[in-house]
Structures are given as structure tokens and as C-alpha cells.
Design a protein around this ligand. Structure first.
Ligand code: FAD
Length: 428
């Protein structure tokens, strides 16, 4: 078995992993390794050929491969970063021994002084949402269809219905319309879209594709191939309303019903997980509950903008390098961030009040349901750390706010993040 040793090993070569590797190299790690199971670097970006990437980071509108290409170049410019492609990480032990496998070398045993998890996320499938009906061909996840169309040159069908209005589904509605398909409708079980507003406008409204809110699929028809679906309106408890059913003829049903962070490796290690984000609990350095193990990108929480993924990767890479060089301590007082009253998730979940007291702490939050004219408040020890009026807040759009550095000294053991409606009423 081949055995190798590195300062920092990054698992996953998507935008989070690439940014982490570059940053680890720039912050003193002498030997950095990126392990990627795919045949090329870039992660999910390689199949996202639409534009809209990099507006924050590069002040330019790039395609997914264009954005990934910039980071792949940066990795190539740093000779101390090694890359293993076509290599699957099978396990990571608490002593940072990594077992990986590829067709060239067989089994590899790699040791690291610090590990960055950047495995991204996978799509929820039909099994995860239990759609009744037969099991004909023609039911795909939207991401699988995106890869088929954009990278392999196939169409998943001609008459399409999309279940779920997440960004991948919206983008595929536009993509398949441009390819000449008849996109019949997008169905969304919630009373609001889970995608970015700009995607609802640019991918559905501009193409005249109907969006049926509070609707779901209650039947899939067809023996060998999908011939149609039955959909129905749902009530407040998301149960189908009897008598509201109607049929749509189609030969393809695409599912865009959520993403699951790929945390089998982190979970097996016993790292503390956040049940709401599906990712590990991290501090502002993106260190997990196990010292020397860091995480960044969609493996931590599902991001809507890749620019923030890169930012998170840079942070994780920097502090992984410092850990590997023996420069960071994992001791220090910890404060817990508690999301409540209309705020569903907040990352990081922990603020370390020792290492970086002089730097502001950036929080990424998602609200529980759409809100208008609410105030976001961060409180600790009865002191108001931050207050921000949000004219509109949607679960599909991340809210980003910085806790100012001068406020960090006032933090107690817990920081509470809440929404307040006008007049003092709290968000539900
Ligand atoms: C369809 C779609 C459209 C989007 N549109 C936009 C947009 O317009 N603008 C925007 O800013 N953002 C957009 N995003 C979001 C952005 O692309 C993602 O947030 C970002 O790519 C996540 O990066 P990541 O590195 O965390 O994960 P990924 O890109 O998923 O990379 C993770 C990598 O880890 C590898 N991996 C996983 N497990 C292992 C293992 N055990 N061993 C080895 N390798 C492993 C995977 O193969 C993968 O390459 C979009 C995302 C999607 C899916």
C-alpha cells in the first residue's frame, strides 16, 4: 500500500476544496494534497454552464466552469499542492489517517497534520420523498439531468415537469426550454419558492413556465416510461387536498427537492453535527468539534452563492495550515450561536473568543419562512450586538451579517439570533 504524509489534506476538489488548498499553501502549509473522486477538479461547477457566478468575488459574471477554472489555475501555480483525481476517500480516522482508493495506485494510506472536509452535497431522490406511483424510467434528479444535458449531450425527455423550485430545478427549467423541450410546469409543495428570486424571474417568468405553489405530485404514471403525473394542491399541513388533483402529460419528471451535505466521513468520526444544516458544527475558523478537522462549503451548509463557498474554503484552509504549523490553539472560551424565533440556521454555530478577537465574525443565516419588514437581532448577555432591518427575507436566500469585532468582548456563553416583526412581535 502506498503511504504518504502531508501537512494539510483537503477532501473534495470543488470550489470549497480548491480555495482551501490555495489558502493553506499561502498560509504556510508546505505540503498540501487535494483528493477528488471525479476525473477533474471543479466539483458541481463543471456542470453549471449558465452564468451568474463570481459577482462578489471577481466582480464579473462567470459561468461555473469559468469560475472553477480560475481556482484550478491558482492550484496549478502552487507546486506544493498535489492533486489526486479519480480517487475516493473511504475513511478518515481520528489520528488523521486517510484511506483512499483509485484505479492506478489501489489503496492509499495518507497521513495529515490537518484535514479539510469539502465534500459538497448530494441531491435528495425520489426515495427520500416517497412519491407514490409506479417506477417507470424518466424520473431523474435535476442535477443528474443537468450533467446529462450539459456534459454528456443527452436530453432526459421532451415533455418535462419539475417537482421542487430549488435553484437547480429553476435553472433546468430554463436550460431544457432553451434545448427545445416543453417544460409544462414547476410544482412546489411550499407556499413560496425555495430558489433565488433572480432565478424565479430569469428561469420561469421570462420563459412563461407556470409555477404552482402549494402543489405536489401524488401519482406517477407509465409502465416502461413516464407518460404523465397527477398533481394536487396541498393544505397547510402539506397534505394533498382531495378533489384538487389534475393530470399533466410528460415523459420526464425532474426532482429538485433539496440537497443533503455529504457527511458520512465526518459523521463516522464522531464530529458534532447540526441537525438543521445537516453539516458539522463549526466555529468561525471553520474548525469542527475535533481539533485539526476543518470543513467548508456545501458540506457545512447548503450555500446559494459560490462566492461565499470560496470565502469559507479560504478560512478553513488558512486555519488548517496554522494548525498544521502548530500556530493555533484550540483552547479558548466558546460562545454558542442559537438561532430562534424565525431564524432557522446560523453558521458558524460556535464563536471562539480567543484566537481572533480582533476580527469581526461573519454569520450566515437562513430564515424559517418568508418575511417582510423584519428586524434581525443578535443578543448576548442582554446586550444588542447587531440589529439589521430586512425589507424581505426568504428561506432560499442566505442572510449574511458581521458581528463587529468591538462587540465580541461583550459576548457571554450564548448569542441569540432572532427576527422581530414591526411592533416588536417575534417571527414564528
Ligand atoms: C445546479 C446548480 C446551480 C448553481 N448556480 C449557482 C449560481 O448561479 N451562482 C452561484 O454563485 N452559485 C451557484 N450554485 C452553488 C455553487 O455551485 C455551490 O454552492 C458550490 O459549487 C459548492 O461547492 P463545494 O465545493 O462545497 O461542493 P461541490 O462543488 O459539490 O464539490 C465537492 C467535491 O467533493 C468531491 N467528493 C465528495 N466526496 C468525496 C470523497 N469521499 N472522496 C473524494 N472526493 C469527494 C465531489 O466529487 C465534488 O467534486 C449552484 C449550484 C448548483 C448545484
Amino acid at each position: 500500500m502506498i503511504e504518504q504524509a502531508y501537512d494539510v489534506v483537503v477532501v473534495g476538489g470543488g470550489p470549497a476544496g480548491l480555495a482551501a488548498a490555495v489558502s493553506a499553501s499561502d498560509n504556510g502549509a508546505l505540503r498540501v494534497l487535494v483528493i477528488e473522486r471525479d476525473r477533474e477538479l471543479g466539483g458541481i461547477l463543471q456542470q453549471c454552464i449558465h452564468n451568474g457566478f463570481g459577482l462578489h468575488r471577481f466582480q464579473q459574471e462567470l459561468t461555473g466552469p469559468g469560475y472553477a477554472g480560475r481556482y484550478i489555475r491558482m492550484v496549478g501555480e502552487r507546486p506544493n499542492i498535489a492533486v489526486l483525481l479519480d480517487t475516493m476517500v473511504l475513511s478518515v480516522a481520528g489520528d488523521k489517517t486517510i484511506l483512499a482508493v483509485n484505479p492506478r495506485d489501489g489503496l492509499l494510506k495518507i497521513t495529515a497534520a490537518a484535514v479539510v472536509f469539502a465534500m459538497g452535497c448530494r441531491e435528495r431522490t425520489r426515495g427520500a420523498i416517497r412519491i407514490p406511483g409506479s417506477r417507470p424510467a424518466g424520473v431523474f434528479t435535476a442535477g443528474a439531468a443537468q450533467r446529462m444535458v450539459n456534459m454528456e449531450g443527452y436530453l432526459p425527455g421532451k415533455k418535462i415537469v419539475i417537482l421542487g423550485s430549488g435553484d437547480i430545478g429553476l435553472i433546468m427549467a430554463r436550460r431544457l426550454s432553451l434545448e427545445g423541450c416543453d417544460v409544462k410546469a414547476v410544482l412546489e409543495i411550499m407556499p413560496y419558492s425555495n430558489g433565488l428570486t433572480r432565478n424565479v424571474v430569469q428561469c420561469l417568468e421570462d420563459f412563461g413556465i407556470p409555477l404552482h405553489l402549494s402543489h405536489t405530485v401524488v401519482g406517477v404514471h407509465g409502465k416502461d416510461r413516464v407518460t404523465g403525473i397527477t398533481c394536487a394542491k396541498v393544505d397547510d399541513a402539506l397534505r394533498p387536498v382531495p378533489g384538487s388533483e389534475f393530470d399533466l402529460e410528460c415523459d420526464c419528471l425532474l426532482l429538485s427537492v433539496g440537497l443533503i451535505p455529504e457527511n458520512e466521513l465526518s459523521g463516522d468520526l464522531g464530529i458534532e453535527m447540526d441537525g438543521l444544516t445537516g453539516g458539522p458544527v463549526v466555529d468561525q475558523l471553520r474548525q469542527t468539534s475535533l481539533p485539526g478537522f476543518f470543513a467548508a462549503g456545501n458540506v457545512v451548509h447548503v450555500h446559494d452563492l459560490v462566492d461565499f463557498v470560496s470565502e469559507e474554503g479560504e478560512t478553513a484552509g488558512k486555519y488548517a495550515a496554522r494548525h498544521a504549523c502548530g500556530l493555533s490553539s484550540s483552547v479558548g472560551r466558546l460562545a454558542r450561536i442559537m438561532a430562534s424565533d424565525g431564524v432557522r440556521t446560523a453558521v458558524p454555530q460556535v464563536v471562539r473568543l480567543d484566537d481572533v478577537r480582533t476580527a469581526p465574525v461573519r454569520l450566515y443565516m437562513r430564515v424559517a419562512r418568508p418575511e417582510r419588514r423584519v428586524t434581525l437581532r443578535l443578543l448576548s448577555n442582554s446586550e444588542l450586538l447587531l440589529e439589521r432591518v430586512l425589507p424581505v427575507a426568504k428561506p432560499g436566500e442566505m442572510v449574511v451579517a458581521d458581528i463587529p469585532a468591538d462587540k465580541l468582548r461583550a459576548i457571554g456563553d450564548v448569542v441569540t439570533v432572532v427576527l422581530r416583526r414591526q411592533g416588536g412581535e417575534q417571527g414564528e
